[in-house]
Design a protein around this ligand. Structure first.
Ligand SMILES: Nc1ncnc2c1ncn2[C@@H]1O[C@H](COP(=O)(O)OP(=O)(O)OP(=O)(O)O)[C@@H](O)[C@H]1O
Ligand SMILES: [Mg+2]
Length: 372
């Protein structure tokens, strides 16, 4: 073998950073609890969160600051005994001292210190988004009655109008035929719109089974590539070992078609790029509003585009029906997405900045595939 080149001399490495300095810079509260549930470490954001200095917190049991029946303490105990990391969304932490916070909690055991777990709280984006999503559900429901009424009252006369136009078309001059075609096309468009609205009115539980989400995404990509997303570059980042979703295949196709359509409409040609991804996240749980139950949502499907991003002022209303910035848009795509995700007991969230908008859908997995 030829001589191996000597390694290049590197510039002197900068002094290593202390972990504590890094944790100190984090805006999110991070703390470590020992086997007895007493604080072993708190970063400055955690001091602020608990409104108590580190000196007073260290050694003190967290049970003195947070009611013993809080789901966070159960999550900590679970992560400790199962020796795995767990997350839970939309947990309410409440006490006279700290006020009320809706947070996402990540808990992980500290391998080097048996019995110790590190806890990180996210007080902002995610929790608030979920809050918002619950509000969206309300908004979607408020159109339910209207949708049913519309469907009932509008579709019948429309079919009459269409039939009459077709009769006229037979004897019409070419110029008039253009008008009768227009009547037919427009009635078709209204029927399609009403059909979409009608979906909101359907409150029956959906039929569900084990669905291979990669096949769903593959199907959606194929439709997209041959139609509305022609010319956009698709990248698929799939976790091949992903278990099946507990869902309805046709509704999932509809869900992801809507997300990919929005992504394609946002992603500019010729550099438009859409990334479809799947990921398994161990232990992601969501509190079910109004109940003690927690649903497991370990499957995360992402639809990302490199478009201009979603305007800030639009974001609070994004999933409401009839919100659109597009000339020909109905503003029903994301309302339908919210409804389908809701029917699956899942969660959809969005993170958007110029050149990177990601819609993430978290879904339950099929029974029999429970996490060990
Ligand atoms: N990936 C995205 N990038 C930027 N903006 C987006 C994206 N997805 C949605 N939006 C914004 O959200 C609005 C609502 O989307 P939604 O899918 O509900 O309706 P629409 O696409 O306008 O109409 P349609 O009913 O045909 O889907 C869009 O008009 C657009 O402004
Ligand atoms: Mg749309």
């Amino acid at each position: 073998m030829a001589g191996v080149a000597a390694p290049l001399a590197r510039p002197a490495a900068p002094a290593p950073l202390e972990a504590e300095a890094i944790l100190g810079a984090l805006p999110a509260p991070v703390f470590v609890l020992d086997a007895a549930g007493a604080f072993r470490f708190v970063n400055p954001a955690a001091e602020q969160f608990f409104e108590t200095g580190a000196a007073a917190l260290i050694g003190r049991p967290i049970g003195e600051l947070i009611p013993a029946d809080n789901p966070m303490l159960a999550l900590v105990a679970q992560a400790r005994s199962a020796a795995c990391s767990l997350s839970e969304y939309a947990v309410t932490l409440e006490s006279p001292r700290i006020g009320t916070h809706v947070v996402t909690i990540d808990v992980a055991p500290v391998a080097e210190a048996p019995g110790c777990v590190v806890v990180a709280l996210q007080d902002r984006a995610m929790a608030r988004q979920i809050d918002r999503q619950l509000a969206h559900r309300g908004a979607a429901r408020s159109v339910v009655g209207m949708a049913a009424l519309l469907a009932h009252e509008v579709k019948n006369p429309l079919s009459g109008i269409r039939g009459a136009a077709q009769l006229l078309e037979r004897d019409a001059t070419p110029a008039d035929r253009e008008l009768t075609r227009l009547i037919c096309d427009e009635t078709d468009r209204i029927v399609a719109l009403v059909d979409r609205m009608e979906m909101f009115g359907d409150r029956r539980p959906i039929e569900r089974g084990a669905v291979n989400i990669h096949r769903v995404l593959e199907h959606v990509r194929r439709i997209a590539e041959n139609g509305f997303a022609r010319g956009r570059r698709f990248t698929e980042l799939y976790d091949p070992s992903l278990p099946p979703v507990y869902g309805n295949r046709d509704l999932l196709v509809q869900l992801f078609l809507n997300l990919v359509k929005n992504a394609a409409e946002a992603a500019p040609e010729p550099d438009g790029a859409i990334v479809l991804s799947t990921r398994y996240r161990h232990g992601v749980r969501l509190a079910v509003p109004g109940s003690e139950a927690r649903v497991h949502l370990p499957l995360r499907v992402g639809v990302q585009d490199n478009g201009p991003g979603i305007p800030e002022e639009l974001q609070p209303h994004l999933f409401d029906p009839f919100v659109t910035t597009k000339a020909g848009g109905k503003g029903l795509g994301l309302a339908l997405v919210a409804k389908i995700v809701d029917d699956h007991g899942g969660v959809v969230e969005v993170a958007s900045q110029p050149k990177r908008t990601v819609f993430s859908v978290m879904l339950p997995m099929a029974a029999g595939e429970e996490e060990s």
